[in-house]
Structure formats: structure tokens, C-alpha cells
Design a protein around this ligand. Structure first.
Ligand SMILES: [Fe+2]
Length: 443
């Protein structure tokens, strides 16, 4: 338990905005150096406010360390901001947050979410099902050779960490034969049913990433290609992630891809995502800038979202990236990976049998759906750009007390919870507007 002589670096938290309570509680985290708390309390003195309470507890974000909750006598927003500014001037402080009261803080706890791209490593060994074990209804469940092979591939995903080379898989002849059957059939169907963006990208994957009927492409080549197109990258995954973890990674423009392939006895069926689904269904559209923006928008909305909102966002992902349809003039085409990697449902979805509704996130997010049968309802987007705009409007209705922004330079998520951060964002936008104005004069 640290005391006033405790020193330390101060980390930051911020989970709420300013204005809810008469009680004014600040939160900061401390570890290591002796005396850091003293420096912060001196900042309070500089701001000429009194401290009425101080509590500490082991920190969840700084290990080893402590979170300090400090009540101050500051009843106006300006005064609180002045105190925060003073504390920030302490050079070891990176940030500071206003949280209302400790009781409010615990009642309004925001779920943990990744702040930097390496935080995605915490998902490496967390899967909902079929990570190292298969369910009994999996076609490969009673095939010990298949199970051993799948486990070998899954193990590479489990051990992968950010910054390492992506795992290379030497696929067997039998695996390539399964791929060939799936690839050949789907490539016959895509021109008739797939959206134009998908059809534009696919030949580029064949030219640049080793896509073809006789070769299962490696995710490192695909990831490099996607990064050049939209900044999206791939990372390996053991199996189905939780919806929260999976969606959170999209905020970083990261897509989790399995590398194992379905069982050779049933090339037309898989009860779980496999490399046919990921590489033939999902990957092409991550090379499209407008689709990439839509996917990231869903991901950003999921950071720190409530369980209810995660469910709504997962449903939206289901009806867009997995089973989405879009308009092309008078036609309707498919862009969802669940359709574009399925022989039967791709054709069915574009018949008169199922219902087609316009994509509307508020309605779409509450639509019930089966996961083992064809969908009775599909949602049709006017365009990826229109769907993204609608998602932005929808996101503003979600119950989250802060805004986040992805910083591609640091590959991290910024929580816009302080005046400094918002001012910095405003400055960036001002610079971009100036660039736009200059460019308009030249075109
Ligand atoms: Fe999928």
C-alpha cells in the first residue's frame, strides 16, 4: 500500500466524462518510483483546491501499481479542468481523468478493450469453441489424422505474437485438393453473384498473392497486399473468437484468419470458419477502401461497448460482412463472406425466396437469425459508403460515455477524454482542411 512518499510513474485511465456529479473524484494510477504521489498533490495545491478523500487499490492497468481516487473541492467544470491541467504538468503524468465518485466508477465500469495493436495478443489463446478440440458434429471429429493436423496449425496461431512473421503452412496434397474443389466451384459462381468490388479485387489476389485452384495462398503474402491497399492486416487465430474480441480487432484494421482447412470428406461444408471461408469469402473486400472503412467503423464502436451493444454490433456484422447484399443499379449482388464462400446459399440469397430489406442499423441490429440454416432475411446496402454513414449515425446512439479514434501512426486507439486530446484532434482536422483547400485550388 503506497503512501504520500510513494513515487511512481502515473498511467492513465479515463472512463467517463465531466458533468454527472457534485462529487469531484479524480483517478490516476501509480507504480514504481517513490514520491510521485507527492508531486501530484503539489499540483492540487497549485490549483488551490483541497483534497477531502484519498483511497487506493491495486491497479488493474499498472502492474505492479495502485489506482488512487482523490476527492477534491472543485464544484465547477472550469475548476476541475484547471486541476487536471495542473496534474498533467507533472512530467511523469501522461493523463488524468475525472470519474465522479468511486461508487459511480464501479457502477459504470467500462469493459476492458485493447488500446494498442499488441494488446490483440491477449486473444491468442481465447476461443469460444473448436480451438484445440472439435465438436462431435464436425466432419473431422472422428479422424485422428485430421485432428492432429488441425492442432498443429492451431498451435502456430496460439503462439503467434504481434511483430513476428506470420505462420507459413506447408499444405498437404489432400488439403490442396479440398481447396481446389472449393475454389473452382466458387470462381464459377462469383461472376454471376458477387459485387463489383469483390470481382475487381479477386484477379489482383491471383496476380499478387498466389491465389489459384492449385495453391492455398499464405496469409503473410495476403496481409502485405491488404496493407498496401487499405492498411488491413491478417493475424492467425485458433478458432472462433468471442464477438467482442473479434470486433475489437477490426478497430485496428486487423482481421483474424484461420489457416486450417475443412475436412476433405465434405468440401462443400464446414461448421466453423476455415481458410476457404476467410480467404475466398472475407479477404477480397478488405482490399476495398470503402468496405475497410465500414468494417473499422463497426470495430471502433465495439471498443468498451456494453454487452448489449456488442450483441447488436455482432448482429450488424453478421448481416453485412457475413451475409450482406448490395445494390448495383437495378441488380442486387452479394458481398458477405458467408455467401461468397457458400455454394448453395449464394444462389438462394439472390432469388425471390428470402426477404430483402434495406440496411438500417437500428432495425438490422435487432433482427434474429439462424446460424445453421439459410437466412430468411437479408439486408441490402445502397453502397459501402452509405452503410458506413448509417453506422456512424447508429454509433452515436450507443451508450458509451466516450469517443475513440484510431491513430494509424502509432497503431493505437486514443480515447478522446481530455481537452488536450480533443484540441489535438481539432488541429489535425484543421491541417487536413487546409490541405483540402490547397488541393481544390489545383484541380
Ligand atoms: Fe466469417
Amino acid at each position: 500500500m503506497p503512501n504520500d512518499n510513494t513515487k511512481g510513474e502515473l498511467g492513465m485511465h479515463c472512463d467517463a466524462g465531466l458533468s454527472r456529479s457534485q462529487r469531484t473524484t479524480l483517478l490516476f494510477s501509480v507504480h514504481d518510483k517513490v514520491g510521485a504521489l507527492d508531486e501530484c498533490l503539489c499540483a492540487l495545491k497549485k490549483a488551490q483546491v483541497s483534497m477531502t478523500r484519498i483511497e487506493s487499490r491495486p491497479s488493474k492497468s499498472v502492474e505492479p501499481g495502485y489506482d488512487f481516487f482523490v476527492d477534491i473541492e472543485a464544484h465547477t467544470k472550469d475548476k476541475v479542468m484547471q486541476v487536471i491541467d495542473e496534474i498533467k504538468r507533472v512530467d511523469i503524468v501522461r493523463d488524468v481523468s475525472y470519474i465522479g465518485s468511486l461508487e459511480e466508477k464501479e457502477a459504470d465500469a467500462v469493459p476492458w478493450f485493447p488500446r494498442k495493436i499488441s494488446d490483440l495478443d491477449t486473444f491468442s489463446d481465447k476461443v469460444l469453441e473448436m480451438g484445440e478440440e472439435l465438436s462431435s458434429d464436425h466432419p473431422g471429429a472422428s479422424d485422428p489424422v485430421y485432428r492432429k493436423r488441425r492442432l498443429e496449425i492451431v498451435q502456430k496461431a496460439k503462439e503467434y505474437r504481434t511483430g513476428q512473421p506470420l505462420p507459413h503452412i506447408d499444405y498437404t496434397e489432400q488439403e490442396r485438393e479440398t481447396w481446389r474443389q472449393v475454389y473452382t466451384k466458387l470462381r464459377e459462381m462469383h461472376p454471376k453473384y458477387a459485387c463489383r468490388e469483390f470481382l475487381h479485387v479477386f484477379p489482383l489476389l491471383e496476380q499478387n498473392c498466389g491465389y489459384g485452384p492449385d495453391n492455398i495462398p499464405q496469409i503473410d503474402a495476403i496481409s502485405r497486399f491488404l496493407k498496401d491497399c487499405t492498411g488491413f492486416t491478417l493475424r492467425p487465430v485458433m478458432g472462433l473468437l468471442t464477438p467482442r474480441d473479434f470486433l475489437n480487432s477490426l478497430a485496428f484494421r486487423v482481421f483474424h484468419s484461420t489457416q486450417y482447412i475443412r475436412h476433405h470428406s465434405r468440401p462443400t461444408y464446414t461448421p466453423e470458419p476455415d481458410c476457404c471461408h476467410e480467404l475466398l469469402g472475407h479477404v477480397p473486400l478488405f482490399a476495398d477502401p470503402n468496405f475497410a472503412e465500414l468494417a473499422q467503423e463497426i470495430g471502433l464502436a465495439s471498443l468498451g461497448a456494453s454487452d448489449e451493444d456488442i450483441q447488436r454490433l455482432a448482429t450488424i456484422f453478421w448481416f453485412t460482412a457475413e451475409f450482406g447484399l448490395c445494390r448495383e443499379g437495378a441488380d442486387v449482388r452479394a458481398y458477405g463472406a458467408g455467401l461468397l464462400s457458400s455454394f448453395g446459399e449464394l444462389e438462394y440469397a439472390l432469388t425471390e425466396k428470402p426477404e430483402h430489406q434495406s440496411f438500417n442499423p437500428s432495425l438490422t441490429s435487432s433482427q434474429k437469425y439462424p446460424i445453421t440454416e439459410y437466412q430468411p432475411v437479408y439486408f441490402v446496402a445502397d453502397s459501402f459508403r452509405d452503410a458506413t454513414n448509417k453506422m456512424r449515425e447508429f454509433n452515436s446512439t450507443m451508450h458509451r460515455p466516450f469517443q475513440v479514434r484510431y491513430n494509424p501512426y502509432t497503431q493505437s486507439v486514443e480515447v478522446l477524454d481530455s481537452k488536450d486530446k480533443v484540441q489535438h484532434l481539432a488541429q489535425s482536422i484543421r491541417n487536413e482542411m487546409q490541405l483540402l483547400a490547397n488541393a481544390l485550388e489545383l484541380v
